[in-house]
Design a protein around this ligand. Structure first.
Ligand SMILES: [Zn+2]
Length: 100
């Protein structure tokens, strides 16, 4: 999967970068740097994992931008995979929403 070079999150443009060996002590696959308007994704991930990780980091950014600096990581993980599956499993509905 080719990642976009940027994503808009609540009107804020985030640069998306693929970075080799991003994993740190927390074993992170991605990182949202909200102050820098940058999202980093581990370049070694497979396509589905890249998509899920970008969505995961976007959810972090949404929460940060709406004043929820502290949030529970398992909730973000559940929302990331859950929303990705929802979009993929309901393409017709998603397209209808986009067309409105
Ligand atoms: Zn996270």
């Amino acid at each position: 999967m080719t990642l976009p070079s940027s994503v808009l999150v609540g009107g804020v443009k985030y640069e998306v970068q693929e970075v080799s060996r991003l994993r740190d002590k927390k074993d992170s696959l991605g990182r949202a740097q909200c102050h820098r308007q940058r999202i980093k994704i581990d370049s070694g991930l497979g396509g589905d994992a890249k998509a899920a990780t970008l969505l995961h980091e976007v959810i972090h950014a949404i929460l940060y931008q709406t004043g929820h600096d502290e949030h529970v990581e398992p909730h973000i993980r559940a929302l990331g995979y859950g929303l990705l599956a929802l979009m993929r499993d309901n393409e017709e509905w998603i397209r209808a929403v986009l067309d409105e």
